[in-house]
Design a protein around this ligand. Structure first.
Ligand SMILES: *[C@@H]1O[C@H](CO)[C@@H](O)[C@H](O)[C@H]1NC(C)=O
Ligand SMILES: *[C@@H]1O[C@H](CO)[C@@H](O)[C@H](O)[C@H]1NC(C)=O
Ligand SMILES: *[C@@H]1O[C@H](CO)[C@@H](O)[C@H](O)[C@H]1NC(C)=O
Length: 428
């Protein structure tokens, strides 16, 4: 408060200081609203490109950002998380851009949006930009959490237009497809009330993700899900040609690639309506998404079994990216549950490191493994938002170090990247 002291000493100086103070305040505001410059993420074959150079993702998931930004008491968590992520050299965060029909609903009912919640999402995007973090925004949930496809089906029933009570009618019911397109249009053309930038024009958004973990068990042929992805992907690209688009798949192989079914974690996923290669080949889908959850997918696995699975699962998908798809492969969620038998926190270090090493090796060889994102980070005091995968990353120094080392070695691969600049100088 130098300006305040000046005011007390000399009126003239005081006036100057006062002007300076106002100017500084404006400067402060400007730095808040005029965010650091940022280019759109692009793709060249199997690689993400930022500013003309290959870009590898060390990232994380915090699905709760918009939700927590709604109310004043919880809003600071968003800044704390994004600031901490940036400080660890993490460059991309994946988060939900939906709450359908539930508490703090962005979409209250089909086509009806709560502007107060939309402002919360505005805040999340502006805050991410401020910290130089890009966002992957997921657009609906296959699961029931925060609404999801079953909420859309419920709406259709309430409005008397539902064709089927199956929750998979989300994918095939024409009225529900219309609901979802209305939501897509609303979000893509939303003008951020803080930055003034329409979402579709905002490079802070790394990519859109159609759905979190889509599955359509009612049609094991995979045709229904394929058709839905094709239609929605075209629709997104019609409105937004700037951003990359992914599906949000877990990565399970399906009927069109019988030779790959043995790489699936179990026979039960061969017939849940997903088909990784077929779904990912759709031209409007710019990159593939794969999740890594051996502890959910394999019965009672030991850590050793999990590590073996990681290698097989990730290598198989990186090979797909290189040979069949010519697209980047992003491991958009991975994590280890603390409910595992004999779980110890050090298991997470081992598990994360195995994944980081595979990504680093792929990146070094210019292959399609484009990055990995931890599920999930929280800040302290958020137990009700934790599942058994959540961590507060700064609470375990060994984990913190592991993550920042990955940030640094991936950043170093960017040719001509200046590690003496900005955040990298302190970190690496
Ligand atoms: C895209 O990739 C090709 C082949 O890998 C390379 O020759 C070309 O220079 C790349 N273009 C850009 C803009 O990086
Ligand atoms: C659809 O999902 C909801 C919420 O998970 C569930 O209560 C309901 O039973 C499901 N409907 C059908 C027909 O399976
Ligand atoms: C990977 O690409 C970079 C930049 O194009 C090149 O300098 C390097 O030699 C490539 N590495 C391999 C292993 O192909």
């Amino acid at each position: 408060m130098v300006a305040g002291n000046g005011l007390l000493l000399y009126p003239i100086l005081g006036f100057a200081s006062c002007v300076a103070f106002i100017y500084l305040s404006l400067g402060d505001l400007r730095s808040q609203f005029q965010q650091p410059s940022m280019g759109f993420v692009e793709r060249n074959g199997t690689q993400f490109i930022v500013d003309g150079k290959a870009f590898y993702v060390n990232g994380w998931n915090s699905y709760w950002l918009m939700y927590q930004a709604v109310e004043e008491f919880s809003r600071p968590r968003v800044r704390t998380m994004l600031r901490a992520g940036a400080k660890m050299g993490l460059t991309v965060c994946r988060t939900w851009a939906f709450t359908d029909g539930t508490h703090h609903a962005l979409q209250i009912s089909p086509g009806q949006f709560d502007n107060h919640v939309f402002k919360a999402l505005d805040r999340v995007i502006a805050e991410a930009r401020r910290h130089g973090v890009r966002l992957i925004l997921s657009l609906v949930n296959n699961l029931q959490s925060m609404g999801g496809k079953s909420q859309y089906v419920k709406w259709a029933w309430e409005e008397g237009v539902g064709l089927s009570s199956s929750n998979d009618s989300f994918f095939f019911d024409p009225s529900i497809r219309k609901y979802f397109k209305n939501y897509l249009k609303a979000i893509l053309t939303r003008k951020n009330t803080i930055t003034g930038i329409e979402y579709r024009d905002d490079p802070t958004i790394f990519a859109w993700e159609l759905m979190n973990e889509p599955r359509c068990t009612s049609d094991p042929s995979g045709d229904t899900l394929q058709d839905w992805i094709e239609e929605m992907a075209k629709f997104v690209k019609l409105i937004d040609k700037n951003h990359l688009l992914t599906v949000g798949l877990e990565g399970f192989y399906g009927p069109t690639t019988p030779g790959k079914l043995s790489s699936n974690p179990g026979e039960w996923v061969n017939s849940i309506g997903c088909d990784f290669i077929r779904n990912s080949k759709i031209p409007e889908i710019d990159f593939t998404s794969v999740h890594v959850y051996p502890d959910l997918w394999i019965a009672e696995p030991e850590l050793e079994d999990q590590l073996k699975f990681i290698h097989k699962w990730m290598s198989s998908h990186i090979r797909d990216g290189d040979r069949e798809l010519n697209k980047p492969v992003l491991f958009a969620e991975f994590g280890l549950s603390n409910e595992n038998k004999n779980f110890q926190p050090s298991h997470r270090d081992t598990f994360y490191k195995a994944i980081f090493d595979i990504i680093y090796k792929s990146a070094k060889e210019n292959r399609s493994g484009a990055g990995a994102m931890i599920w999930q980070f929280m800040v302290g005091g958020m137990d009700e938002f934790n599942d058994d995968y959540g961590i507060v990353p700064w609470e375990r120094p060994s984990m913190y170090r592991l993550i920042t080392e990955q940030s640094c070695r991936l950043a170093a691969l960017r040719q001509g990247h200046d590690q003496s600049k900005g955040r990298w100088r302190e970190l690496c």
